[in-house]
Design a binder for this molecule. Structure first.
Ligand code: GTP
Ligand code: MG
Length: 367
């Protein structure tokens, strides 16, 4: 980066700082360890040491690196995923949460326009990713997509721990995401919330009141009981996580969903992880690229920008990206197109190799 010091360069090149100081002296520009070097000087000294170094401008750096100075980080709202066994109440819980947001008279009008929603509670925002199936979650994780900060594990109190409950725990643990347990259906006659707590200890999910790490909240998604308490627990957990991101840089994040719409063309729901996304930005998402033509927020309203932890639907991409694809904004659209083209080419070559491979196998099969 610009303004690097002698010791920065030494570290970058992996050479003793003294070597650099010596060379600087011989070049007639003596500098000490902590003095910063001009861009030309950095490139010259590196060249002298047989290394090819190109100093990036602040702009270039922003569009390439994911590094943020700590002072640029601002608090961001938590992104939450609800997981659990079939019929334990994921959809009902999300409905109840959306309803609460509306009923509380907050900025909520939460019609579910896109595959994610946001609710306001106590003046703070929580983003819910609409329950990606386990497969999507796994696929995203396999690609290194970090889209969720907190998992709400929903367990029906009349049914207890079931196979997908365990799967959900494994997913959350593998992704190193904290779990808040919502013990649901407590209105049912056969409900036994304490049995759920007992069963979960076997999987390392232990209530705080028993000396463990997990918050447990008894709820009834159907009767809308315990929902506020659950949301408050989410905010408490978020406080512990101290979630932050730099909003003032080129946007990047992940694709939650991509589809082809007859009238609107390629439509992608993305979650912004870092930076701010604007209408008109040039971006690459997986193999597709384009300028953002329009953006729609979770309430279905057009917006011109979206910051960290915001989910938005974007229009204007050349093709349909896949769930879990990373997206990032580039300074100019030629850069974006070049990268997308390179990736598309690489994908085509891989595909051809795969086909060839299969044909070869088939060939052997028939021999
Ligand atoms: P899948 O999407 O199929 O995995 O199910 P789900 O986890 O989304 O469960 P869903 O919300 O569809 O609820 C399943 C059934 O349980 C529905 O008939 C709900 O009405 C019922 N249900 C959900 N929450 C509660 C609750 O708190 N109490 C009672 N009594 N029934 C509930
Ligand atoms: Mg459901």
């Amino acid at each position: 980066p610009q303004g690097s010091t002698v010791s920065d360069l030494a570290e970058l090149l992996g050479v003793p700082a003294n070597d650099i100081i010596k060379r600087l002296f011989l070049l007639g520009t003596p500098l000490t360890l902590t003095e910063s070097m001009s861009d030309d000087l950095i490139e010259l000294v590196a060249d002298d040491l047989g290394r090819d170094v190109k100093v990036m401008t602040k702009e270039e750096e922003n569009s390439f690196s994911f590094y943020d100075n700590p002072e640029d980080l601002k608090p961001r709202s938590p992104v939450v995923t609800v997981m659990g066994h079939v019929d334990h109440g994921k959809t009902s819980l999300l409905d109840a949460i959306r309803h609460t947001g509306v009923a509380a008279g907050e900025a909520g009008g939460i019609t579910q326009a896109i595959g994610a929603s946001q609710v306001q509670i106590n003046g703070r925002t929580i983003t819910f990713i609409d329950t990606p199936g386990h497969e999507t979650f796994t696929a995203m994780r396999a690609r290194g997509a970090k889209v969720t900060d907190i998992v709400i594990l929903i367990v029906a109190a009349d049914d207890g721990v079931m196979p997908q409950t365990v799967e959900s725990i494994n997913h959350a643990k593998a992704a190193d995401v904290p779990i808040i347990v919502a013990v649901n259906k407590i209105d049912k006659p056969g409900a036994n919330p304490d049995k759920v707590r007992q069963e979960l200890t076997e999987y390392g999910v232990i209530p705080e009141e028993w000396g463990g790490q997990n918050m447990f909240v008894n709820i009834s998604a159907k009767k809308k009981q315990g929902i506020d308490e659950l949301l408050e627990s989410v905010l408490l957990e978020a406080d512990v996580l101290e979630l932050k991101a730099n909003p003032d840089t080129f946007a990047s994040g992940y694709v939650l969903e991509g589809k082809l719409d007859r009238g609107r063309g390629s439509v992608a729901t993305v979650l912004v992880s870092r930076g701010t996304l604007h209408v008109g930005d040039a971006l690459v998402a997986g193999l597709s690229y384009g300028r953002v033509r329009a953006m729609i927020d979770p309430k279905g309203n057009p917006v011109t920008e979206a910051g960290p932890s915001d989910p938005v639907e974007i229009l204007g991409l050349s093709s349909v990206p896949n769930a879990g694809d990373e997206f990032r904004v580039f300074q100019d659209d030629r850069e974006a197109r070049d990268l997308a083209d390179q990736r598309a080419l690489k994908a085509r070559i891989e595909e051809q190799n795969r086909v060839k491979h299969v044909t070869l196998e088939n060939l052997f099969d028939t021999m």
